[in-house]
Design a protein around this ligand. Sequence first.
Ligand code: ADP
Ligand code: MG
Length: 398
Amino acid sequence: MTETQQRARRTAAAFREIYGAEPAGVWAAPGRVNLIGEHTDYNDGFVMPLALPHTTLAAAAPRTDGVLRLHSGGADGGVVDLRVDLRIDELCPAAPPQAGWAGWAAYPAGVVWAMREAGLPVGGADLHFDSTVPTGAGLSSSAALEVATALALDDLYALGLDRRRLARIAQHAENAFVGVPCGIMDQTAAACCTEGHTLFLDTRDLTLRQVPFDLAGEGLRLLAVDTRVKHALGDGAYAERRAGCERAARALGIRALRDVAPAQLPDALARLAGVPDVQPLVRHVVTENHRVAEVIACLDAGRPRAIGPLLTAGHASLRDDFTVSCPELDLVVEAATAAGALGARMTGGGFGGSAIVLVEEADAAAVGTAVTEAFAAAGHTAPRLFEAVPSAGAHRIT
Ligand code: ADP
Ligand code: MG
């Protein structure tokens, strides 16, 4: 029996203990890292995430009485043994927190709400979650939780949703029910990634392409470094950057910054001279979209090592122009590249969370040690390192 099947068994056993009945099945959805294309997904731009081996499992059974019961064994020691009972016809994003309402339950409850909003015939359910995706580390545990819920309900109620629709429903849940103004990348990654690939996504029309990314076969490793910090600045700054991008697009008379081609950048910047604070934002988004195209070109040409400098350039752009990095993320990039990594960058929204490091297999251990030692020398909490192996998107296990 594989490790995943064993975990699914344990999750089903926990479900039986909590709800006193068999689950109808166990579903999985992964966390992700984004290879390149940061802060582009709310600019109709390009992103390139890959799924992690870390997953959120949902054991689930349907209910006929319109009740939704949610239990989480907690992710990563962060949330422990939480149980919430709700009525699906009372779910409402504007409702004040009910007795026993825990913040985390808004993610799966929001998925049920979003399905009902979309007119889908979804009923009640019992759900138990078990996750290995670190929460709040920029690895998208929230999308894993939403997409695991959405896939379980899709199967339980034979909704027949395709993966992109599933991702949109999960995003709508997070935007409108939880109240987080995220783009579509995280949910699409959880729903649509495939093993051994990085997923190219055009966030304007949701065109997808699975790009082969055989790191092991190339003698490469992609390390993920969870800095273990989340700076309070993050939430407001995200909304601020997003508003700045939208202001710039309006001033340029275009639908989104995606519509500025790299060759048009100097002209666009000149036209934005009178709009405060937006020029660096525009420069990041336009050059970042171009870096995504360049990364794809390198991978298609069988030159995966050539993406290293593009990752590092992407980090510099996020640090200097988009100003969403932080000292810990910068330190990962500095220490890793100084120790011989091919490239490194922050991944996810920024202000903490995680970074990725592309490295030759032979150098992986030394680079990891260099990063850990740099954190110790700077007096930071020890980072958590693991390998980001391109893994499967959401799927049913049993
Ligand atoms: P990220 O998605 O980067 O991990 P977020 O702040 O978007 O960070 O989402 C983290 C939140 O998602 C947690 O605080 C918690 O509310 C919820 N969450 C994620 N996974 C689980 C889980 N397995 N059980 C309960 N809540 C979870
Ligand atoms: Mg999230």
